[in-house]
Each structure stands twice: as C-alpha cells, then as structure tokens.
Design a protein around this ligand. Structure first.
Ligand SMILES: Nc1ncnc2c1ncn2[C@@H]1O[C@H](COP(=O)(O)OP(=O)(O)O)[C@@H](O)[C@H]1O
Ligand SMILES: [Mg+2]
Length: 287
C-alpha cells in the first residue's frame, strides 16, 4: 500500500545567529500507510512546523522527509493539508469548491463528478451544494473542506487542528464524519491536535510529542475496535488507560516547558491540571 511517510533525524531551526532556535532536532517519526496517526503535543512544541515539513511547504534544516522512500519535494496533491483556517474560496459555492482540484488539473467532469457527488452526500452537504461558504455553519465548512481534499484522492492527508474552535457538539459530529471517511478509504492520515479526547477517539496510533525541541516521547497503539462510537469510547477502560498515559506524558512535558519559562506551557499546565483533578491516578495510586 502506498502513502507511508518517514522522518529521519529531522532538524528545523528558525532565526539567525544568537536568535537561532531549534524547533525540531533529531526527530524520527513514522506515518504508516493506511493508518490514522494522531500527533499530540503541548501548544508551541512544533506540530505545525512538522505539518509544513510533511506537506513540503518547508525544507528541514537537516535530515530527510520521505513518502514511500522518495524525498518529499514541494507541495504536491499526493499530500494534502487541511488547516484550522478555512481554505474554501468564498466566491465559489460548495460544489465548485469541491470540484476545484480536479478541474484545475484539467480532469474531465466524468472523472470527478460522481465522486464529488458521493463525497458531498457522505459529509451531509448534498442539499447545500449551491450555498456559498459564508452561508454555512462552521461544521459544514469543515465538512466541505474534507470533501474538497478527498476528491483529489491524496495518498496522505495531513490535518492541523482542523476542528479547533468548533463547539463541542459540532466537534463530536465532525469526529464521526471524519472517522467514517477514514474507515471507508483507509488512506494514510496524520492528524495533529492538542485535544486528548479527540486524539483517543480518532487514533490508530497516538504519537505523544515532547516540548521543544520536539521529539517523539512515546507511541501508543490505540487498539480500540472500529467503527467507534463516542459513548463506547467514553465507557472503555482501555481508552481511559491510554488517555491517562498520554496525559501523564503531556503533563511532564508541560512541566518541563514551564520550568523553561514558557508562558504558553503555564496555561497548558493549568488547563490540564484542571482536567486531571478528579480521576487521574498518580504513579502511587495506579499500582
Ligand atoms: N516561521 C517561523 N519563524 C520563527 N519561528 C517560528 C516559525 N514558525 C514557528 N516558529 C516557532 O516554532 C515554535 C513551534 O511553533 P509551531 O510549530 O507553530 O508549534 P505548534 O503548532 O505545536 O503550536 C514556536 O516557538 C514558534 O514561535
Ligand atoms: Mg500549530
């Protein structure tokens, strides 16, 4: 199966001279073909930098980024990115937005029309095909965005906090749509988030990142059956164990960031301390 990405010894620094700061250093990471890999790490740890390297928008300072063993060049429709910010063209209706990629490549309508229609149906937007992005809710815009990316049949989809900013109910709905699309297509996914519940619900593999310079702290296999239902995952002991393990690691990383003087990490720490408060086992109570 195609669509395996690999990073080996990747470093990325910004700035010059004394201001030079490594965001990534010695990062080794596998994104296996046909699986849904979720990357989670504290705010500011370098996730979006990683996304730009995977997409080919930027080059690493050192090391290699490959797709199926071949070095990643520039941006390429085999590796498509969905960002939190909407990339829909406001002057095109939903149908035209979804058809944009294949049309721009000169694919004949019979080559994309049936699939575009099927995708609109799958994401619940068939009745909204003629609407413009400004006439859609936030969740509908995100769904249109997913359809617009998938119609290009990318080998790898890279999503950078795509559902951030949506309300909780809409988010849950998005998770269901996105998980369905993945289970149907089984295309390689690299999904970046800071939300632990989102991460555990979606992931085949959960990659917990360290604070800067960002490295892989731990890879956790999320061996929960699919299709998943939110209620089942909530009630699952295994899901809860995974969540607690990831939170413990994230908490350690946030502590290190905090000790290093990061303001964002302080906020992160406070947020996670609140979430951990009632039920998190400490190493003592766990045993
Ligand atoms: N183009 C850039 N120039 C300078 N610093 C950058 C640039 N992009 C990101 N950084 C820095 O790299 C660090 C990681 O940023 P980012 O990859 O956006 O983290 P995340 O997505 O995990 O929040 C931050 O400290 C940020 O300020
Ligand atoms: Mg980011």
């Amino acid at each position: 199966m195609n669509g395996a990405m690999q990073l080996l010894g990747v470093a990325k620094s910004y700035g010059e001279g004394a201001a030079r700061r490594p965001v990534l250093e010695g990062l080794d990471l596998d994104i296996p073909a046909g699986r849904l890999t979720v990357i989670i790490g504290p705010s500011g740890c370098g996730k979006s930098t990683l996304v730009r390297l995977l997409a080919g928008f930027e080059r690493p300072t050192r090391g290699s980024v490959t797709l199926d063993g071949r070095p990643v060049g520039g941006a390429d429709r085999r590796r498509l990115v969905v960002f939190q910010e909407s990339a829909l063209f406001p002057w095109m209706n939903v149908a035209d937005n979804v058809a944009y990629g294949p049309r721009a490549r000169g694919v004949r309508p019979q080559g994309w029309r049936p699939q575009a229609a099927a995708l609109l149906e799958r994401v619940g937007l068939r009745a909204f095909a003629g609407r413009y992005p400004s006439q859609l809710s936030g969740g509908m815009q995100r769904r249109a965005e997913l359809a617009r990316a998938l119609v290009n049949e990318p080998e790898v989809m890279i999503l950078d906090e795509p559902f951030r900013g949506l309300d909780a109910m809409t988010r849950e709905l998005m998770h269901a749509y996105y998980a369905d699309l993945f289970e149907e297509t089984r295309r390689t996914q690299c999904f970046v988030t800071t939300d632990i519940d989102e991460a555990v619900f979606l992931a085949d593999r959960l990659v917990v990142m360290s604070h800067a310079p960002m490295r892989v702290r731990e890879v956790i296999e999320v061996d929960l059956p699919r299709p998943r239902r939110a209620a089942d995952v909530l009630a699952s002991d295994r899901a809860n164990d995974i969540k607690m393990r990831a939170l413990t690691l994230l908490h350690e990383e946030a502590m290190r960031a905090f000790a290093g003087g990061s303001r964002a990490a302080g906020d992160f720490l406070a947020a996670y301390a609140r979430r951990r408060a009632p039920a998190v086992p400490t190493p003592e109570t766990r045993a």
